[in-house]
Design a protein around this ligand. Structure first.
Ligand code: NDP
Ligand SMILES: N[C@@H](CC=O)C(=O)O
Length: 328
């Protein structure tokens, strides 16, 4: 049976999710693709940290051990921040590896360059997990673009913010209690400021903008607000009036073809498609010229939803590049 050798950069919530799914679904993947998938290396920052038992893979804190291993076909990346992630993935592409990332901080800024580089080296880039966790919005928009044109994308793109707003409204939790629960569930970023300030949703919106419109607006022109300035009473009072605060990221083309975008809390009524989206769920509404309106809903964060989006990217890579992967 031919084997695909993979490395995982980062073994926190997301990296561990990828590893677990690849182990749990090993036989199914083998059956559906004809390949076994072997995790051969895992990159971490702190090798001394206690972790789940790992079979067959080497744990390293030295990226060169991965980049210099000619057997590795695919590099999953689930570390934190712009660097060293961008450099590691550029180097992996240069070595001829396919890459799959969940790192939106890095991809919002460097995604276009990585995609160009990958095209030149004839390798694939999977980035489904960068935006809306387990919701397959990247694949959906990519498919739509084959015969349609996106006019507007609007959505709840941060699971932590939606989880906090829901807990404050339904359970009367304080902001601090709700954020702490989001952290315990593995939803929040290492620095949750990005979640609650709107920055994380903004970055995801910029990734969608590149994909759907082929460009991003000037970042400085986009107003970005988080949920961190909302008072608990505002949330409860709204709900008494049958209204709900949702943290919404929105991008559209105006009449002159200029991209307009905004990110922030919006008060909506029961007739809005985002009204019923609770907890860690994300929802993305896509308006197109021919299809009209489509809404995708699902978990926007967490170990298994995010890990499964990355494994789905791997299956796509395998199907696209079978011929290249066989020689190992
Ligand atoms: N949590 C979620 O639901 C989602 C997260 N993401 C994104 O996925 C990425 C990972 O998130 P998450 O798993 O939650 O983060 P964690 O903080 O749980 O894990 C991060 C992992 O990366 C490792 N790491 C960090 N910096 C370096 C470095 N410089 N070199 C080597 N290893 C490093 C850490 O090593 P060590 O274990 O030794 O500390 C750790 O294993 C982030 O970019 C995040 O934005 C995307 C979608 C959803
Ligand atoms: N912290 C993020 C994780 C997924 O991207 C979120 O809460 O949405």
């Amino acid at each position: 049976m031919p084997s695909i050798k993979v490395a995982i950069l980062g073994f926190g919530t997301v990296g561990e999710g990828v590893y677990r799914i690849l182990q749990e679904k090993r036989e199914e993947i083998k059956k559906s693709t004809g390949f076994t998938v072997d995790v051969v290396s895992i990159l971490v920052k702190d090798k001394a940290k206690e972790r789940m038992p790992i079979k067959g893979a080497q744990i390293t804190d030295n990226i060169q051990e991965i980049l210099n291993n000619p057997e590795i076909d695919v590099v999953f990346e689930a570390i934190v921040g712009e660097e060293p992630a961008y450099t590691y993935l550029s180097d992996a592409i240069e070595k001829g590896c396919h890459i799959i990332t969940a790192n939106k901080t890095m991809f919002a800024k460097h995604g276009p360059a990585l995609l160009k580089h990958a095209e030149f080296r004839d390798v694939q880039v999977g980035f489904e997990a960068t935006t809306a966790g387990g919701v397959p919005i990247i694949r959906t928009v990519t498919n739509l673009l084959a015969g349609d044109r996106v006019k507007r994308i609007q959505g709840i793109l941060n699971g932590t913010s939606n989880f906090i707003l829901t807990k404050m409204r339904d359970e009367g939790s304080s902001f601090k209690q709700a954020l702490s629960a989001a952290q315990q569930n593995g939803y929040a970023e290492a620095d949750p400021t990005d979640d609650v300030s709107g920055t994380d949703a903004f970055r995801k919106l910029m990734i969608l903008s590149s994909l759907a419109f082929g460009r991003q607006p000037d970042w400085e022109d986009v107003p970005v607000l988080g949920i961190d300035h909302l008072e608990p009473d505002e949330i409860l009072d709204a709900s008494k009036g049958d209204l709900r605060y949702r943290h919404v990221a929105d991008i559209w083309k105006d009449e002159k073809g200029k991209l307009q975008a905004a990110v922030g809390p919006v008060l909506i009524g029961a007739d809005h498609p985002l009204f019923g989206i609770d907890g860690v769920d994300n929802a993305v509404i896509v308006n197109t010229e021919y299809l009209g309106q489509l809404t995708l809903v699902g978990p926007g964060a967490g170990m298994y939803p995010t890990g499964s989006a990355m494994v789905a990217d791997l299956l796509h890579v395998i199907r696209q590049h079978e011929a290249i992967l066989v020689p190992n």
